[in-house]
Design a protein around this ligand. Structure first.
Ligand code: ADP
Length: 221
């Protein structure tokens, strides 16, 4: 994790050092100033955003609970990525079985988690594949299972994917924060995220959160 953060900060720092050096040597030239000052500013913004993301990650999420239908949250989230699903020629298989009751849920945080995991699944299947989403209630828990038939995660990376800034994606595409933020949200909700994956076969993310039925909460109040 520390290596990832150091890397994210070192890259823009290297560029900025280069800018400062050039400005010292040739800063009298208006063209050089016009070229290098914006680059310096870009580097500063990048470091600023890395630090802000890191602080967000370190912060306990502030939850905001109200009554929601879990399956509707999943369907709403899917609307946000519908175009990506079509763009990558993906087949969508839904098996949603947790929509009969209203649960006490944090809409925004759950949507953020579903979105992160679904976008990863879509990115793992750039040409075609099957995106499956299943929801169900089992005893005291709600299960949301998001699977893809994409590239899979090599065994040696499985223990790192929840680390902040761990990414195998190109600069500008991956930040390596999606899963770490998702992990801290689900942990904060008292749940867990499990992952199973096989290279070139696909990946299954299972999100488990405690089940709180809206009516039961009301009665007990
Ligand atoms: P990012 O997507 O920005 O890289 P994440 O924290 O969301 O950051 O994911 C970390 C890494 O986990 C990804 O870069 C990728 O290597 C791996 N990963 C996550 N989900 C999948 C998936 N469904 N299929 C293959 N690899 C995945």
């Amino acid at each position: 994790m520390v290596t990832g953060i150091a890397h994210e900060i070192n890259n823009p720092l290297g560029g900025m050092q280069n800018c400062v050096r050039t400005l010292y040597l040739e800063g009298y030239d208006e063209n050089v100033r016009r070229r290098y000052l914006p680059l310096l500013e870009k580097g500063l913004k990048r470091v600023d955003s890395v630090i802000r993301n890191l602080l967000d990650f370190a912060k306990e999420p502030q939850f905001n609970f109200s009554e929601h239908n879990l399956d509707e949250i999943i369907l709403e989230t899917l609307k946000l990525v519908e175009y990506k699903i079509n763009e990558n020629n993906l087949e969508l298989k839904l098996d949603l079985n947790a929509g009969k009751l209203q649960y006490i849920l944090d809409l925004n945080h759950l949507q953020q988690v579903f979105l992160n995991i679904i976008i990863n699944a879509i990115q793992a299947m750039p040409l075609d594949g099957i995106l499956s989403i299943k929801s169900e209630e089992r005893l005291d828990s709600l299960f949301i299972i998001i699977s893809d038939t994409g590239m899979g995660i090599p065994e040696e990376n499985l223990s790192k994917i929840f680390d902040p800034f761990f990414t195998t994606k190109d600069v500008g595409i991956g930040t390596g924060l999606g899963l770490s933020v998702s992990y801290s949200i689900i942990k904060g909700l008292g749940g867990r995220i499990e992952v199973q994956s096989e290279v070139n076969k696909g990946t299954i993310f299972t999100i488990v959160i405690p089940k709180k039925i809206a009516n039961e909460i009301k009665i007990s109040n």
